[in-house]
Design a protein around this ligand. Structure first.
Ligand SMILES: Cc1ncc(COP(=O)(O)O)c(C=O)c1O
Length: 382
């Protein structure tokens, strides 16, 4: 008599594996905590200075400033560009809220131009059409780790006959992504990164970095980040308090040394997904346009809107993590209702909100787990 196979108990597939990350870097982090605790130098110390230098060298950026968050990096880049009340900034409606929130925080008005559906990034033609005489800047977002078309966008800002616009790149999700052989954040005047734990270069807490082409912008932002102080207890303008601390900097230095490997591992997972799902006609896989190198901070598919709740249910049943980034485009956010942008005005962003679903991706994700995720997708979508 042959034994019946026992039903297999399968392990969940997490969306992210923070515990594995901590196994890799926790020791260095705890050692830094102890050392820094003993020294009493928690902020504005040597590790932050070294991290700024090494991040700038990695990115081939002219200058860098470590901050408390990616949101602050966007706000201070816009302030360094002297963007303020009465100014318009053309940006994408398809991003995390901070991209538009930062524009509002400096007193300017976000003007949304729709996205390119294949890449989820600002559509250069739509951006050009949104420029008015009040426009002072473009704020493209390299969403999910996919670089925006910086050649076309820089042409709008600097091309022959163009009125010179500042360009601030939101590279919060795109550390290590490149366009035309140059890292995202270094095409325009300034760029912003987030070190929120889920990012490609993620800390154990909040953190951010602003990079700038002109060191004078970084100097101004550095002053603004310290309550506008230009000499001890002399405040030249109203700033904020925004600093990366030494413990985060120590961790980020360790992770920066490995970030190329981490990106290679993310790309390997993306290739496995492409092999497993490439034949499905109802699924659109994420990709960068020619000239761009994606870092897959998120691996975001499009599926037919009716299939998405079913897919979510199957993922839940099988213990597979997933995310919807984002359920609502920015122009339909309650906080931005004062802009009076009607539903239907930005159809590609609105369609993305109905179709996207992000799959598990992180550097150590095993091939067999990718296969289980692909099986679940194939069980729902053709
Ligand atoms: C596209 C985008 N912009 C800006 C931010 C803001 O970064 P932080 O959360 O570090 O303030 C994020 C982070 O979630 C982001 O994903």
């Amino acid at each position: 008599m042959s034994a019946r196979p026992m039903p297999q108990k399968t392990e969940p597939v997490p969306f992210l594996d923070a515990a594995a990350d901590f196994r890799r870097y926790g020791k260095a982090w705890l050692a830094a905590l102890r050392e820094i605790g003993g020294s009493g130098c928690f902020i504005l110390g040597p590790r932050v200075a070294r991290f700024e230098k090494e991040a700038a060298r990695f990115l081939r950026a002219k200058s860098a400033l470590a901050l408390a968050s990616g949101t602050d990096a966007l706000v201070l880049a816009l302030r360094a560009a002297n963007i303020g009340a009465g100014d318009e900034v053309v940006t994408t409606p398809w991003s995390f809220f901070a991209s538009a929130g930062a524009i509002c925080r400096v007193g300017a008005t976000p003007v949304f131009a729709d996205i390119e559906p294949d890449y989820f990034t600002l559509n250069p033609e739509a951006a050009a059409a949104a420029v008015t005489r009040r426009t002072r800047a473009l704020l493209p977002v390299h969403l999910y780790g996919c670089p925006a078309d910086m050649t076309a966008l820089m042409k709008i800002a600097r091309g022959a006959g163009a009125r010179r616009l500042a360009v601030v790149e939101d590279a919060a999700q795109a550390f290590g992504a490149s366009w035309a052989g140059q890292y995202a954040s270094t095409h325009g005047d300034a760029g912003a990164f987030s070190f929120y734990p889920t990012k490609v270069l993620g800390g154990y807490g909040d953190g951010g970095l602003m990079v700038a082409r002109r060191p004078a912008w970084t100097r101004r932002a550095r002053r603004l980040a310290q309550s506008g102080q230009d000499a001890p207890f002399r405040h030249r303008e109203i700033g904020v308090n925004s600093r990366l601390d030494e413990v985060q900097a120590a961790l980020l230095l360790a992770k920066l040394a490995d970030v190329k490997k981490a990106i290679r591992q993310r790309r390997r997972v993306a290739r496995l997904y492409a092999q497993g799902l490439g034949g499905l006609s109802d699924v659109a896989l994420p990709r960068a346009r020619k000239g761009g190198e994606h870092v897959f901070c998120l691996y975001t598919l499009r599926v037919p809107p009716r299939a998405r709740p079913r897919l979510a249910r199957v993922f839940r049943e099988r213990g597979i993590g997933f995310g919807i980034y984002y359920p609502r485009p920015l122009h339909l956010q309650p906080a931005l209702s004062f802009l009076n942008i009607a539903r239907g005005a930005l159809p590609e962003a609105e369609r993305a909100a109905r179709e996207v679903i992000s799959l598990p991706i992180f550097p150590g994700l095993a091939a067999r787990d990718v296969e289980r995720v692909c099986d679940a997708v194939r069980a729902v979508v053709r």
